[in-house]
Unconditional design. Structure first.
Length: 319
């Protein structure tokens, strides 16, 4: 079964449906994905925009602490491994249904909501902790947060602890349009962070890429990045492959300001412990933690887990 928790001030009646499944994440022996040093452009698909409805204010009672399930961050004794079928020395088996936890929506008097639902699917993942009220919804599997949506300043973000989830949500929600802040069903995507040996890339939405680093013309210039791209996706690469080569602090600050100053949409991916090393979590948290999310050094190894989740109010795209 699944459960729904609302908190804060949602503005729509309960909507949603039972949903389907989350895409598989590879292990640290996964296949390579190619990421070129230059930018490669590809045309986007065409889809029909979703229908929307507008409702007046409503107040829903609170049933949790307003933060969703959180996992303590400072793991200093190595990663935790949770297995759905068996438990070895140390880690505990995690049980419980998938849950979609809705945080506080912006108090704008009236919010246009899309009647929709979302399903994600995962075989192996890290976990996330929610640090503040920027996050308005989290998907929980086996009692652990693996996916979060939020607003930061004029921008929007999705954080995931499984790199197989981006653009693989099974949903009638306008995920791309909301993240891009535009009703255009084909927002322009740029992605970076992975080296040649990371991956595989499981999404099929087209975009431009540049490898581990942002192209020089965007470093320190988030306004230009926002002018050129509607969505920027950052995937943290594995320290076992990159030889210590990571984005600079200036690159990560550029991504942060792309969201919080220039109103861009960021899709940010962590991964499970073992594939990512401690330095990799420190790297991705340079941008996640200022947004209000922390990637935790945890390995959730379920086999196959399907998350069926619902929205009370999925915000309609701006425009």
């Amino acid at each position: 079964m699944h459960s729904l928790i609302t908190r804060g001030i949602p503005f729509c009646r309960l909507a949603g449906a039972v949903l389907g499944l989350l895409a598989a994440c590879g292990d640290d022996g996964r296949d390579s994905a190619s990421a070129t040093a230059g930018i490669t452009s590809v045309p986007g698909p065409t889809t029909a925009p979703p229908a929307t409805t507008t409702t007046g204010d409503a107040t829903t009672g609170t049933s949790d602490d307003g933060t969703g399930t959180s996992t303590s961050a400072g793991l200093t004794t190595g990663p935790t491994t949770t297995d759905a079928s068996s438990t070895s020395t140390g880690p505990a088996t995690t049980t419980g249904a998938a849950k979609f936890d809705l945080g506080a929506m912006p108090d704008v008097g009236m919010t246009e909501c899309v009647d929709c639902a979302l399903t994600i699917d995962s075989q192996q993942s890290g976990t996330l902790a929610i640090l503040n009220q920027n996050t308005f919804a989290t998907a929980e599997l086996q009692g652990e947060i693996v996916y979060a949506l939020g607003n930061a300043g004029p921008g929007r973000f999705i954080a995931t602890a499984d790199s197989s989830l981006p653009f693989n949500e099974q949903s009638d929600c306008p995920i791309r349009e909301w993240l891009a802040g535009s009703p255009d069903p084909n927002p322009k995507l740029f992605w970076w962070g992975w080296g040649d040996s990371d991956g595989p890339a499981n999404w099929n939405y087209p975009g431009d890429s540049s490898g581990i680093h942002l192209p020089p013309q965007y470093v320190g210039n988030p306004a230009q990045l926002a002018a050129d791209y509607d969505i920027v996706m950052y995937l943290e690469g594995s320290g076992q492959f990159d030889g210590g080569d990571q984005p600079t602090d200036e690159e990560m600050q550029t991504l942060l300001e792309y969201v919080t100053v220039h109103g861009g949409g960021a899709y940010i991916s962590s991964e499970f412990a073992g594939y990512l090393k401690p330095a990799d979590y420190a790297s991705v948290n340079r941008v996640l933690m200022p947004l209000g999310v922390e990637a935790l050094e945890v390995n959730l190894n379920w086999g196959d887990v399907n998350g069926q989740i619902e929205f009370t109010c999925f915000p309609a795209p701006v425009g």
